[in-house]
Design a protein around this ligand. Structure first.
Ligand code: CP3
Length: 343
């Protein structure tokens, strides 16, 4: 069988050497990425320049031969296409025009209108489909509604998820209307990505861990389940990875509840725990702590092998628990890959 390793893992196949890719594999730790970003001008210009976005997506594939390439874009491009202004403060991160009132939610552009803004993203996928080696899987992605809503409501990330929790408590109808708009527009966005060539879809719910109890069910599980069901109706058999980051106990049963083929786990849970509690339901992706790629040394090799070992009994895609950081060393990435592939 010549089927791609990532697709085999997503179908539930255990492989002696797991397929491997890395969150943020196209990023600032690579000198060639920094050069192309400088050529584009800034991060958002890079995202919307299909030729250069395809180029940075391919850079880590050429350098390391990862088993998957992830579309170079950002989870905040979809809300930007809905209307609110988006920019990046150097050294700080994303900023958005806030969406917190019923009028602002009502004023978001209709789902059909997103494609005009997002056309260059689909074009990046078309280029990648042509350019990628035949063994490399092309992954498209979007943010989950809750995570995207936290940025839209607070106008920024990190601690400020408090803003989203506040709106949820103080104006539930407006909060729910925003989640609803993000759910339907995400379905349209991801469906267009599949039509443009994405073979696998990943849904990033980076702030899922701040949803507790019933909120986790209502705003992490349910929107993801709806997106997956709608995508599968349009694209039967489409493989989907869900990443409800820092979900803790919420990881248990997440694949069953949402229909995801694979659950990506962060490094706040041990690989042994994830193997026992999450991998029993199917493929798991993860979960080396990104700091090992900064520190390197014997720990990097030992911890990489531990992750491979822990997930050896079932379907596994090797990855980090979160994105690689800009201070990581490109040589350490090669050491990690060698440790996974047994070179
Ligand atoms: O993984 C990949 O290589 C694919 C591309 C990708 C990016 N962002 C590129 C990016 C993906 C899948 C994302 C997802 C994303 N974006 C998430 C979910 C995953 C996660 O990290 O939790 C979130 C929350 C965002 C929003 C975002 N974009 C933040 C908070 C930041 C600033 C933090 C940082 O690392 O600077 C970004 C910027 C961003 N997105 C960069 C890249 C390569 C760095 C921009 C630069 O080159 O300066």
């Amino acid at each position: 069988m010549s089927e791609k390793k990532i697709l085999r893992a997503l179908k539930g196949e255990r492989q002696a050497v797991p397929p491997i890719w890395m969150m943020r594999q196209a990023g600032r730790y690579l000198p060639e990425y920094r050069a192309t970003r400088a050529e584009a001008g800034d991060f958002l210009s890079l995202c919307y320049n299909s030729d250069l976005a395809a180029e940075v997506t391919l850079q880590p594939i050429r350098r390391y031969g990862f088993d998957a390439a992830i579309l170079f874009a950002d989870i905040l491009l979809l809300p930007q296409a809905l209307g609110p202004k988006l920019w990046f403060e150097t050294g700080e991160g994303p900023r958005m025009e806030t969406t917190t009132t019923p009028d602002q939610v009502a004023a978001l552009r209709p789902d059909e209108a997103i494609h005009e803004t997002l056309a260059p993203i689909y074009q990046t996928l078309r280029i990648l489909k042509q350019e990628l080696p035949s063994e490399t899987t092309l992954i498209g992605f979007a943010g989950a509604p809750w995570t995207v809503a936290t940025y839209m409501i607070a106008g920024r990330g990190k601690e400020e998820q408090a803003g989203a929790h506040r709106l949820k408590a103080e104006d539930r109808p407006t909060f729910e209307a925003l989640i609803e708009r993000l759910t339907t527009s995400t379905i349209e966005y991801l469906s267009a990505q599949v039509e443009a060539g994405a073979e696998v879809i990943k849904i990033f719910d980076s702030w899922a861990g701040s949803l507790k109890g019933q909120d986790f069910e209502d705003f992490a599980v349910r929107p993801t389940a709806r997106i997956i069901a709608a995508l599968r109706e349009r694209h039967p058999g489409l493989p989907i990875i869900a990443f409800p980051r820092e979900a803790g106990e919420g990881y248990i049963g997440f694949a069953h509840k949402t229909g995801a083929d694979c659950v990506a786990v962060d490094n706040s849970v041990s690989p042994e725990w994830a193997a026992a509690n999450v991998q029993k339901d199917g493929c798991v992706q993860g979960n080396l702590a990104p700091h090992h790629l900064v520190q390197g040394g014997e720990d990097l090799v030992t911890e990489t092998r531990k992750v491979v070992q822990a997930f050896q009994g079932g379907p596994h895609i090797f990855n980090l628990g979160h994105g690689i950081t800009p201070d990581a060393s490109p040589d350490n990435v090669q050491r990690m890959i060698d440790a996974v592939r047994g070179a």
